[in-house]
Design a protein around this ligand. Structure first.
Ligand code: NOJ
Length: 499
């Protein structure tokens, strides 16, 4: 991993001086790398019950358990993008991005959760947004589901119920039929590991994502199992029925976090690798690896522990041979979300027999205190981990085309966000180094276009290139300094690195 910086610059190394005459170093950005920014429906749309929109698990969660949201807020209005989408597109034009990643709210399009009713207003909203983007030369990247499934499905256990695989397939079909003529980039799911861990299981007491099931050590595995099948279902549907004419690409957004060994000891290195397989491989291995199925280390540990605990079958559900084949290879690119890293903390973790993801992994993950963080957030900055994660994915699963579907930083309010600029600079440097290493990364997505409802952190954590005034009637959006930085980067195709 110790590649000299000159090599990272590759042919692109350049240099120059700023107006003060100080030397500035640049890294040139390869022509093949395109730029995007992103949001998700629940976090920005608002209009939670407008027209015939149905209730999602997140609508229910913020209304029924307000104490779980740090500032007690809801996303009922959020950024009001449902009404202000034209302003959103103006901002994207200002930035000069090639792509905009957004998600479709399942219950806005299908109010009952089923295709027995397609909302005319819902379909109009997404058609208008897509058309506005295309008119302005911005290509849509559409996430089919970003955590907000119909609340009605909780009556049957949400993602723990295999029926949702077909329900998702039916929904995806409507989405492809309605929008596939113009949308050429699809993301089936967003970070299912996080949705399943925090929504269906519990990690050392920090639960709190909808639907807040807390079915520890079982629920999270069932959830991800069905999400994997649903992802594969959508892939095959698209591949067989729509791709021949629509000619788009479909993949999924994997949560990644770099597992950093605490020391050079063999144990620490093994734990770091185990962390990668549990957090990233859990969702990635069945889709990207040559053999398919869950990472062998997960299978071995969880089968064994389940047996000792007296379960008749493993808490990590088994796939049939056909299912393994059905899920394997269901991608046109590898989608990665990266924010931070973690070290295995065995010292403060008392592994018990109680079924839980962490007990199975054998440790809890801790972020190093020397990794910078600005406010109360789950994100401590570890830019070097970005290059390492990308290389790990390539080493594990092959040198496939990679889309970075999220990367960003939480800060406080205000538009003078120099630290965000520094942070983006360091992340992007790490990304360009990964490209120099030979990794085929063709898309970078900054999270987020604007401040929005940051799940259980409410509006406390600000992650936008644009600041949003949530108290103003029209949710005024103002560009932060980082918006100018991103715009300049995209225009000049150079990354200044002596900040
Ligand atoms: C990942 C999630 O996909 C997104 O919704 C969230 O806002 C960011 N992480 C930041 O926490």
């Amino acid at each position: 991993m110790n590649i000299p910086i000159e090599k990272c610059y590759g042919q692109g190394y350049d240099g120059g001086k700023n107006v003060q005459g100080e030397k500035i170093d640049f890294m040139n950005i390869p022509e093949t790398l395109r730029f995007a920014t992103a949001t998700a429906a629940f976090q920005v749309e608002g209009a939670w019950n407008e027209s015939d929109k149905g209730e999602s698990v997140w609508d229910d969660f913020v209304h029924s358990k307000p104490e779980r949201i740090v500032d007690g807020s809801t996303a009922d209005e959020a950024c009001d993008s449902y009404h202000l989408y034209k302003r959103d597109v103006e901002m994207l034009v200002e930035l000069g991005v090639d792509y905009y990643r957004f998600s479709i709210a399942w219950t806005r399009l299908l109010p009952t959760g089923f295709p027995n009713k397609i909302s005319v207003d819902g379909a109009n909203y997404y058609n208008n947004l897509i058309n506005e983007l295309i008119k302005n030369n911005i290509k849509p990247i559409v996430t089919i589901n970003h955590w907000d499934i119909p609340n009605v499905f909780q009556k049957i256990g949400g993602w723990t119920n295999v029926l949702l695989v077909d329900y998702f397939g039916d929904y995806a079909r409507v989405v492809f039929e309605l929008f596939g003529d113009r949308v050429k980039e699809w993301v089936t799911f967003n970070e299912p590991q996080i949705m399943c861990l925090f929504g269906y299981g519990e990690q050392v007491g920090i639960h709190g994502l909808a639907p807040d099931m807390q079915f520890n050590g079982i629920g999270e595995y069932l959830c991800l199992h069905n999400v994997l099948k649903a992802h594969a279902k959508a892939y095959h549907l698209y591949n067989d029925t729509f791709k021949p004419t629509q000619k788009g690409k479909l993949g999924t957004a994997t949560y990644t976090s770099w597992g950093e060994p605490e020391t050079d000891s063999v144990d620490d290195k093994e734990n770091a690798e185990k962390f990668m397989h549990f957090m990233t491989g859990w969702y990635s291995h069945p889709i990207y690896s040559k053999d398919g199925d869950y990472p062998p280390i997960m299978r071995k540990i969880i089968n064994k522990r389940s047996e000792i605990q007296g379960f008749k079958m493993s808490r990590l559900p088994a796939f049939t041979t056909e299912e393994i084949k059905y899920i394997k290879g269901t991608f046109d690119y590898m989608g990665i979300n990266y924010y931070t890293g973690g070290v295995a903390d065995t010292s403060r973790f008392n592994q018990t027999k109680v079924p839980s993801f962490e007990n199975d992994m054998g440790f809890t993950s801790r972020q190093k205190v020397e990794w910078e963080k600005l406010i109360i957030t789950w994100i401590r900055i570890y830019p070097e981990g970005f290059r390492k994660v990308i290389n790990w994915m390539v080493k594990q699963y092959g040198n496939h085309e990679i889309y970075i579907l999220e990367n960003g930083f939480a800060s406080e309010r205000g538009i003078n966000d120099d630290r965000r600029i520094k942070c983006y600079t360091n992340y992007l440097k790490s990304l360009l180094e990964a490209i120099s290493d030979g990794c085929n990364v063709t898309l970078y997505t900054a999270w987020s276009l604007m401040d929005n409802f940051e799940w259980r952190s409410g509006y406390l954590n600000r992650m936008g290139l644009f600041e949003v005034d949530f108290n103003s009637p029209n949710k005024t959006r103002v560009p932060r300094k980082s918006a100018s930085f991103y715009k300049e980067l995209i225009k000049s195709r150079k990354l200044k690195i002596n900040l």
